[in-house]
Design a protein around this ligand. Structure first.
Ligand code: CP
Ligand code: NVA
Length: 302
């Protein structure tokens, strides 16, 4: 049966560890010049309703490095922009393609696409989740830290799609996650409830960033206004101003802590230039790892 990746909940802990191991193996082998043409002759479709630098290019290059090809589509190019149902789009594209990545607004659209598609569907970001980001971040953390054992991650900022994927990951793998968010911008209740019922991981929602980072191995932030929330950006700046990863907050974290940001970053808002360019920041290694994790993911699903 085909498998999809709509959220990290679709994966077992063992599957996550296996993906990370395979991604690291392919990354290590790249430097020895070894090729992995495991998807030769296969075609991946990409539907992007929102803009992207990393997700699009890392999926396309991942597919090419595996010997496959890609068809990139914006919503504007497709009849979904003229109300053709997702269900019909899914069934038609399944006849041409071997896998499909979609980035869009409503998570339900991706669920509908996956339900009707007979090929694997991968969520490349919705308003609610960004699973590929967090899976590749786990690769980065394991690579830098040596393991994911006894991990403590501090999320600073908006309780958004990336934060939701961190909650799913913490509950699945069983690590400690602090989320420091303004009271008006907490993660969704349903997602926190699901995590609680999973019974693994220790997830704490707090409002003081310093309390969140005190024992953190990883400090993580993301933009205060996500794609689609541009009209709220000015209002959010006022509410989020104390939820910034800056030099003072970093000094309140253990000396070994590393700083991650999914990018794109707004320097001077959620993170200072000094921190993102500083020695504890790993954001470009993090961006690079998107490609290797997704190579492992594509190889497995397709
Ligand atoms: N982090 C991330 O998903 O970046 P893009 O929006 O550029 O794809
Ligand atoms: N939360 C951000 C992530 C961008 C990769 C957004 O949805 O715009």
């Amino acid at each position: 049966m085909k498998r999809d990746l709509l959220t990290i909940r679709d994966l077992s802990a063992e599957e996550i560890h296996r993906l990370i191991r395979r991604a690291q193996e392919m990354k290590d082998e790249r430097h020895s010049g070894k090729l992995h043409p495991t998807l030769s002759g296969r075609i991946l479709g990409l539907i992007f309703v929102k803009p992207s630098t990393r997700t699009r290019v890392s999926f396309e290059t991942a597919m090419y490095r595996l010997g496959g090809r890609c068809v990139f589509m914006t919503a504007h190019d497709l009849q979904i922009s003229r109300q053709e149902p997702m269900a019909d789009t899914a069934r038609v594209l399944s006849r041409y393609l071997d896998g499909l990545v979609i980035r869009t607004f409503a998570h339900e659209d991706v669920e509908e696409l996956a339900h009707y598609a007979t090929i694997p569907v991968i969520n490349g970001l919705t308003d609610r989740f960004h699973p590929c980001q967090v899976l590749s971040d786990l690769l980065t953390i394991q690579e830098k830290r040596g393991s994911l054992e006894n991990l403590c991650v501090a999320w600073i900022g908006d309780g958004n799609n990336v934060a939701h994927s961190w909650i799913n990951a913490a509950a699945r793998l069983g690590f400690t996650l602090y989320l420091a968010c303004p009271r008006e911008y907490l993660p969704e209740k349903e997602i926190l409830e699901w995590a609680k019922n999973e019974g693994r991981g220790a997830i704490h929602v707090v409002h003081d960033p310093k309390a969140a980072v005190a024992s953190a191995d990883v400090l993580y932030t993301d933009v205060w206004a996500s794609m689609g929330q541009e009209a709220e950006a000015e209002e959010r700046k006022k509410i989020f101003h104390s939820f910034q990863i800056n030099e003072e907050l970093l000094a309140a974290a253990p000396a070994h802590a590393m700083v991650l940001h999914c990018l794109p970053a707004h320097r001077g808002e959620e993170i200072t230039d000094g921190v993102i360019e500083g020695p504890q920041s790993v954001v470009f290694d993090q961006a690079e790892n998107r490609m290797f994790l997704q190579m492992a993911l594509l190889e497995w699903l397709m």
